[in-house]
Design a binder for this molecule. Structure first.
Ligand code: HXC
Length: 514
């Protein structure tokens, strides 16, 4: 065959595979408001940057009539490309081909691109749209999932791993995302569950829709499995592109610097905290007041809202921010907010992103529910994550820093490099009311007017302890600063901590309270 004919033959073969599951299946996919796998990859990557591999891989299954079934590209598209010039490895499951189900060759295409990502040290993006293990391939499908989970774990903390859920994802199709760093979902399109509605009906006799069981809102607001929520695939892809600009390619690098843009000069940072210490405020206003371009890229914004996590930039460099949110439950630490903060701190530490902690909390959330849900175990994750982290750690105490909350929120004692406090800081074992009731119990009970005595004792305690000066006098706080000085202190601290390196006792790995 002449080269010309061979090229024509190649195009014929290629066009058959590129069609995926065929026009009917593609129209069904589009009818559900979903893009095709190839269009998704194109929409995320820089124009013309996608380079596909393993287009002609075929399944090897011969059971259940599979020997007569052709599954183009075995239902998954893999390759490399760039986002704003940053290289990424990417795969997208093609639901038009056997429901994007995962057989052994499909899995091997994914593990091959994962191996590339790990060896080349570049982020991995996985677009999941799959009915899970391909039933006809039996144990081979399970083997395929196992090989993916193994690599997700090897890659953890080495390269950033991003998962996108863009369809009904069942079984193994959600466990791989659960092992990755960021999970993106889209309203009405994404569903995640281990056991679907059919199984629940059979085993438990309960009727539930896929949306109610594991829709995008459920995964953002209730389970905390997802990190980003979008109303459309287009919005989701913009979120992914933005995220990629904040994170480094791998754990040996730092995130690329960005052009420096100062925060909005009209914001009065000192006026954000209300005069009355019992009144709430939005900690995100404080973050925006000192961040470049007044921009804060929030993560898991809909879950465990009593803590806020996300990325910002200071003089063009990425920082991770953890802040108690007084607007929700007074910013207490509880089971979910502890999980949320601890995981984020570990991500930042793995990828050389300094952590800035903003403190304003009355402590851990009291109650039987929390105790029985394991607030001891979950709360300990925050202690562990901060103590373990060796990236620059800077803490700013804005207002309340009571009891265990004071210690947990990256205090000097857990290894903070710099601890600053605003004059509004109240650093004490507990709030004035609780403290006065305990230590002045006898005086209050014995007084002619117990209420007046209680008020007097609360006042006495407040004057003595509800300030940052005892902590400053003991060196637990490095400087009491004016709110307007916050950006300057953060920039200076970051600039001198740039080459920070901290050695830890040699070990294989720790045993965190997972
Ligand atoms: C083989 C599958 C498949 C699967 C879907 N298909 N899931 N083929 N194995 N797991 C095929 C269908 O037969 C159909 O093929 C096409 O994909 C589209 O599926 P539909 O059912 O028509 O689509 P829809 O109504 O949108 O429903 C999607 C779905 C449903 C919710 C995902 O297909 C479903 O429930 N699938 C099974 C989910 C599941 O239980 N998977 C196993 C999980 S266990 P045709 O030829 O008709 O177009 C697992 C083990 C690993 O993953 C666990 C690790 C911890």
């Amino acid at each position: 065959m002449s080269l010309k004919k061979k090229i024509v033959d190649f195009f014929t073969r290629k066009s058959q595979v590129v069609e995926g599951g065929g026009e009917k299946a593609i129209q069904k996919q589009k009818g559900m408001g979903k893009l095709t796998a190839r269009d998704r990859i194109k929409a995320i990557l820089d124009d013309g940057s996608f380079h596909e591999y393993d287009l002609f891989v075929e399944h090897k299954c011969e059971d259940f009539g599979m020997d007569k079934k052709q599954l183009p590209a075995d239902g998954v598209i893999t390759g490399t490309g760039t986002i704003f010039g940053h290289p990424v490895c990417i795969y997208a499951q093609d639901f038009t081909v056997a429901g994007g189900s995962l057989g052994l060759m499909h899995a091997r295409k994914i593990t091959k691109i994962m191996d590339h990502a790990i060896k080349l040290g570049i982020p991995l993006i996985g677009i999941n749209d799959s009915g899970g293990a391909r039933i006809q391939e039996g144990v081979n499908s399970l083997a395929g999932y196992g090989e993916i989970f193994y690599r997700n774990t090897l890659a953890s903390g080495v390269i950033p791993q991003i998962s996108v859920i863009l369809g009904p994802c069942a079984g193994g199709a959600v466990y791989s995302p659960a092992l990755t760093d960021f999970v993106f979902v889209v309203d009405n399109i994404s569903k995640m569950f281990i056991t679907g509605p059919e199984v629940i009906k059979t085993v438990l006799g309960e009727e539930i829709s896929m949306e109610e069981l594991g829709g995008a809102r459920i995964q953002n607001e209730i389970s905390g499995n997802a990190h980003f929520f979008a109303m459309s695939e287009a919005e989701c892809f913009e979120q992914i592109k933005k995220l990629v600009t904040y994170i480094p390619w791998n754990n040996g690098k730092k995130a690329d610097p960005f052009p420096v843009k100062p925060p909005d000069p009209t914001t009065d940072i000192a006026s954000i905290i209300p005069e009355d210490p019992r009144q709430p405020y939005d900690v995100r206003d404080i973050i925006r007041a000192f961040s470049d371009d007044s921009d804060f890229f929030e993560i898991q914004a809909m879950w465990a809202q009593n803590i806020v996590i996300g990325f910002a930039r200071l003089n063009g460099k990425t920082v991770g921010i953890v802040g108690n949110q007084p607007l929700v439950l007074a910013g207490v630490l509880d089971v979910d907010s502890s999980d949320k903060a601890a995981r984020f701190i570990r991500f930042c530490d793995s990828f050389n992103i300094p952590v800035i902690t903003l403190v304003d909390l009355p402590g851990y959330l009291p109650g039987v529910d929390q105790e029985h849900a394991g607030v001891i175990r979950h709360g300990a994750k925050v202690l562990y994550a901060y103590s373990e982290a060796t990236v620059p750690k800077i803490t700013v105490i804005l207002r309340k820093a009571y009891g265990g909350g004071y210690i947990a929120m990256c205090s000097r004692h857990l290894g903070a490099d710099f601890v600053f406090a605003w004059p509004s800081a109240e650093i004490a074992v507990m709030g004035p009311e609780g403290a006065a009731n305990i230590i002045f119990k006898k005086e209050i009970q014995g007084a002619k007017d117990p209420d007046a005595m209680r008020q007097a004792k609360v006042q006495e305690y407040t004057e003595k302890f509800a300030n940052p000066y005892i902590a400053a006098a003991n060196g637990h706080v490095d400087a009491v600063i004016e709110p307007e000085e916050t950006r300057d202190y953060l920039l200076h601290s970051l600039s001198i901590a740039i080459d920070k390196s901290e050695l830890r006792p040699k070990k294989k790995h720790g045993v965190p309270p997972f």
